[in-house]
Design a protein around this ligand. Structure first.
Ligand SMILES: Nc1ncnc2c1ncn2[C@@H]1O[C@H](COP(=O)(O)OP(=O)(O)OP(=O)(O)O)[C@@H](O)[C@H]1O
Ligand SMILES: [Mg+2]
Length: 580
């Protein structure tokens, strides 16, 4: 009952600790037996007023030894319990971590971040009781009544039989609630991760919520979710409390039955005074281990429900790790017949054909939502279930290992992630062995050096996501980091959106300079930025509708020309406004 083979199989190491735990508990039981026998004898002697100094000393000695043994065994068994749950937690957390590494950069296409956090922290923690307490107790709860039965059957067989028969009623009661409890706990965990997800999302968007005064409304929404969670938690607690009450009734009822049996057998003359006392003293011990198993059962069930979530994570399909680990450095990118859809029925990319030869400067333009970022994401190894072919240096993208791809391509978006820590730490992600002078040189290039000198230099501390820098400064720093990475191919996806004109011009100038030595794919709304490109791909609703150099495209009088004219008019207008 509730022995999960897979779970135990995963952490085979913990088996020896569980066995050790049971052994120590059993030794403690034997010591307890000796103690009770000594006490029963002592009481009998006292009652019959026939005690001698010798017996008294012997009894006292037996008691002290038994107590010492019990104390030692209890200590050892809790050490075993700690060791087994420690092994389990370590193993599972390592497995989750390694799984995430295998899922790779696109892990969040398959599972939500908040869920991973909850599973890896709280979920794993919940398994502590399962391995540290429930499993050993499971074995001990069988062993203890049997041992007591064997001993008591020599004292008075009928009492021993009655007590033994009552014991299985506790697991029977547990089994009765199990199916119900399982469903309830699965729901509980579902609600728990859902709440965590909403909480994380709202917390991250708190500023936005404040601006739109939507925080009240979101607050209500979260209250509703929290209330749902409260209700399900209460249901779980009620279920646990009820079944614990039932188990208590059985345990104390059974013990009472043992006492009645002992007394009737004593009156009938089938058992002596000492025997009768021993049965009375031990009858509760028949039930205590099972009763304890019952209380561990509920905590362990919670752990089992968590383990369901853990296994769901461990069982997620992994992207093909790729068998190509080094790419031909002279090979560019060739996209042919590329189709892609996030959801079936709604094609996003249609028969896209693009060619980015090594050393070339290409651009992708088109109206918002036409699929530019989707192409970039595919080139970065995401959205792997595309159709058609994407060749990198003569190898199909799907077969290229993520490591190699990341070495080969650098992606800079309009919101590159800056990490909490120093400027140096953030820059060194691009090139771990870069010297301080190399970092400064790069900062000069992106025109951030003066600002940082006025701060704390390379030791300037950044907040999470670079929140203490301006948008333009963030992008300059992200660019410096990308340049340090020094890969063969660079993809810039609206790297200059939402920042000031001066930063934009500086960054675009750097990108144009970079195009002399690297392969560049530049995605930009602003067509003025892509004028020098060797090849411009114009996308419309997921298809490449025009391609060529700037002049050719203008002469074609197509979509590009229309977009160009519209932007020119707008910029002239803005300039006039500024001059007026
Ligand atoms: N994760 C996603 N799940 C489902 N649909 C998506 C997802 N990401 C993008 N889309 C859809 O794919 C289409 C193309 O999006 P994409 O981000 O590639 O456009 P874009 O050309 O980069 O637009 P923009 O210029 O605004 O950045 C859009 O219609 C969008 O709704
Ligand atoms: Mg985009």
């Amino acid at each position: 009952m509730m022995i999960d083979k897979r779970l135990i199989g995963i952490v085979g190491q913990s088996r020896k600790y569980i066995a050790g735990n049971v052994a120590y508990q059993w030794c403690a039981l034997l010591a307890n037996l000796i103690m009770m026998i000594a006490i029963a004898n002592l009481l009998t002697n006292l009652y019959q007023r026939e005690f001698e100094a010798g017996t008294l000393i012997l009894t006292a000695g037996a008691l002290i030894v038994a107590i010492a043994i019990r104390f030692y065994c209890a200590l050892q068994s809790s050490r075993m319990s700690y060791l087994s749950s420690k092994t389990v937690k370590k193993t599972l957390r390592r497995m989750i971590y390694e799984k995430l590494l295998r899922l790779g950069a696109s892990y969040n296409e398959r599972i939500r971040t908040s869920e991973i956090v909850q599973i890896a922290v709280e979920g794993v923690e919940q398994l502590e009781t399962y391995f540290g307490a429930y499993l050993p107790q499971f074995a001990y709860a069988m062993l203890a009544p049997l041992t007591l039965f064997v001993v008591l059957s020599f004292v008075n067989f009928p009492s021993a039989v009655v007590l033994l028969i009552c014991v299985p009623m506790i697991p029977a009661a547990i089994a009765a609630v199990q199916t119900w409890a399982k469903k309830l706990l699965a729901k509980y965990w579902g609600q728990y991760t859902a709440l965590g997800d909403t909480f994380l999302e709202n917390l991250q968007g708190l500023t936005t919520l404040k601006i739109y005064r939507a925080d009240e409304y979101k607050n209500e929404e979260m209250n509703v979710e929290a209330e749902k969670f409260r209700k399900i938690t209460m249901k779980v607690l009620v279920m646990q409390l009820n079944s614990i009450t039932i188990m208590d009734l059985i345990a104390y009822g059974g013990a009472a039955l043992g006492v009645i049996m002992a007394i009737t057998q004593f009156i009938a003359g089938n058992v002596g005074m000492a025997g009768c006392l021993l049965i009375i003293l031990l009858s509760a011990d028949f039930f205590i281990p099972m009763r304890l198993l019952g209380s561990f059962f509920h905590i362990a069930m919670n752990g089992m429900a968590a383990s369901g979530k853990i296994f769901a994570l461990l069982d997620l399909d992994e992207p093909n790790p790729g068998d190509i680990v080094t790419l031909d450095p002279a090979g560019g990118i060739m996209i042919e017949g590329l189709d892609f859809a996030y959801e079936a029925e709604r094609p996003i990319l249609k028969n896209v054909r693009m060619d980015f030869p090594i050393g070339s400067f290409s651009a992708i333009v088109g109206e918002s939502g036409c699929g530019k970022s989707t192409v970039a994401a595919i080139l970065m190894g995401r959205n792997k279930d595309y159709k058609g072919s994407v060749m990198f240096g003569g190898s199909e993208l799907k077969r290229i290992s993520e490591d190699e791809l990341m070495r080969r391509v650098t992606y800079v978006s309009h919101q590159s992630h800056l990490f909490k820590g120093t400027v140096r730490d953030n820059l060194r992600m691009g090139r771990p062995d870069a010297s301080d002078s190399a970092l400064w040189e790069m900062l000069e290039r992106v025109k951030l050096a003066d600002f940082l000198r006025s701060e704390n230099g390379l030791d300037t501390l950044l907040l999470e996501r670079g929140a203490n820098l301006s948008g333009g400064q963030c992008q300059r720093l992200a660019l410096a980091r990308a340049l340090l990475h020094d890969s063969a191919i660079y993809i810039f996806d609206e790297a200059t959106s939402n920042i000031d004109v001066e930063s934009e011009n500086d960054i675009i100038r750097e990108i144009h300079a970079l195009a002399r030595t690297k392969t560049i794919v530049l995605i930009s709304h602003r067509l003025a930025n892509v004028v020098p490109a060797d090849q411009i791909y114009v996308m419309d609703q997921g298809a490449v509708v025009e391609s060529g150099r700037h002049e050719t495209l203008l002469a074609n009088q197509g979509i590009y020309q229309r977009l160009w004219t519209a932007q020119q008019n707008l910029e002239n207008f803005t300039n006039q406004e500024a001059n007026a």
